[in-house]
Ligand binder design. Structure first.
Ligand SMILES: [Zn+2]
Length: 55
């Protein structure tokens, strides 16, 4: 059960399917995950509540 919840939060790169890695993003209250190969970037802003994708 818990493993399913964890895996739900683990986004993968749509290009190479590598697991995205977390990246610090200044003083903003948001989570940034990037592809380790630089294909993809996902920002999740707490204030907006909507993920922003950069492909
Ligand atoms: Zn990738």
């Amino acid at each position: 059960m818990w493993n399913k919840i964890i895996s739900w939060f683990q986004e993968t790169c749509p290009t190479c399917h590598e697991e995205l890695v977390c990246e610090k993003f200044g003083a903003y209250c948001c989570t940034v995950k990037v592809c380790p190969n630089g294909h993809y970037r996902l920002e999740r802003h707490a204030l907006i509540g909507v993920p922003i994708e950069y492909r």
